[in-house]
Design a protein around this ligand. Structure first.
Ligand SMILES: Nc1ncnc2c1ncn2[C@@H]1O[C@H](COP(=O)(O)OP(=O)(O)OP(=O)(O)O)[C@@H](O)[C@H]1O
Ligand SMILES: [Mg+2]
Length: 271
């Protein structure tokens, strides 16, 4: 592998919960190459969202080291975009303004920002809702706004935490296709957390299977299927069985939590 764009070395993370130490992640080691698509699957509570928060720089207290382009992560940066597990839209901003927040730190003129926001509104199919507020959207529409906000600054590294969870099956497949199309144009390095094994196999170059808490890597599975991939092929189903077995075979798997789509109070909003 060329020098990795992202590198986790001996990463560990504990939280203090009511005076007790809760070990969320233990000895996580992973190198990710530029342009690679890595999916992470694992039981609820195994530390997937925590890993993304550490990489995006929202939490800088952890053991070990995380580097991007060889430099230690010490905070948030424009080259890393994240789509959170809950959409975290600002209730008092319109769809367009929520997406525009993804550009606040970009050195672009106002006209160029508007043009970019417009094109992403179009991309996620919300043209008629540009001036709508989050409470006027369905859960899936709100999630699409969050996806547009994560992509609008054209990050080099895109972190997606269950981004398609609230979408119906058809929209979900459309968004997966869109995501691959965007990646083809921009060669974005992508890390996707998902509970959907099929989604992981359809999209990823490698799938990281996590052990239940404390989160450790159980196995890394290469997905060598040629692209574009067919969801119905024999090899696809074989891999699906294999991964499901890895995930659930030991009887410790906790299923996906219900997707919580709501407008969070301000204290939950990270930026
Ligand atoms: N801010 C926090 N304070 C204390 N404990 C936390 C905090 N954030 C996460 N945890 C704990 O760390 C563990 C991992 O949480 P995390 O949200 O990363 O899991 P996850 O793999 O994303 O789960 P899910 O699939 O349900 O989203 C859990 O046991 C959780 O209770
Ligand atoms: Mg999570």
């Amino acid at each position: 592998m060329n020098a990795p764009i992202v590198s986790f070395t001996h990463v560990g993370k504990s939280f203090d919960v009511d005076g007790f130490e809760l070990e969320a992640i233990r000895e996580f080691n992973l190198d990710i190459a530029e342009g690679e698509f890595v999916a992470i699957v694992g039981s609820s509570g195994c530390g997937k969202s925590t890993l993304l928060r550490l990489l995006v720089g929202l939490d800088t207290e952890f053991r070990g080291q995380i580097t991007v382009d060889g430099k230690a992560v010490t905070g948030v940066g424009g080259e890393r975009g994240i789509v959170f597990q809950e959409h975290r839209l600002f209730p008092w901003l319109t769809v367009a303004d929520n997406i525009g927040l993804g550009l606040v730190n970009e050195p672009l003129g106002a006209a160029e920002k508007l043009r970019r926001v417009d094109s992403f509104i179009e991309l996620v199919g919300l043209r008629d809702f540009a001036r709508a507020y989050p409470h006027q959207l369905s859960g899936g529409m709100a999630q699409r706004v969050a996806i547009a906000r994560g992509l609008v600054a054209s990050p080099r590294i895109l972190l997606l935490d269950e981004p398609f969870g609230a979408l119906d099956a058809l929209t979900r497949q459309q968004m997966q296709d869109e995501l691959l199309a965007i990646r083809d144009r921009a060669r974005i390095t992508t890390i996707l957390v998902t509970h959907d094994v099929e989604e992981a196999i359809f999209l990823a170059d490698r799938v990281v299977v996590m052990e239940p808490r404390p989160g450790r890597i159980k196995q890394v599975v290469d997905i060598a299927l040629p692209r574009p991939r067919q969801r119905s092929g024999f090899d696809f189903h074989q891999l699906r069985e294999e991964l499901l077995h890895e995930l659930t075979g030991d009887g410790h798997y906790l299923p996906a939590p219900a997707v919580r789509i709501r407008d969070l109070p301000l204290s939950f909003i990270a930026y």
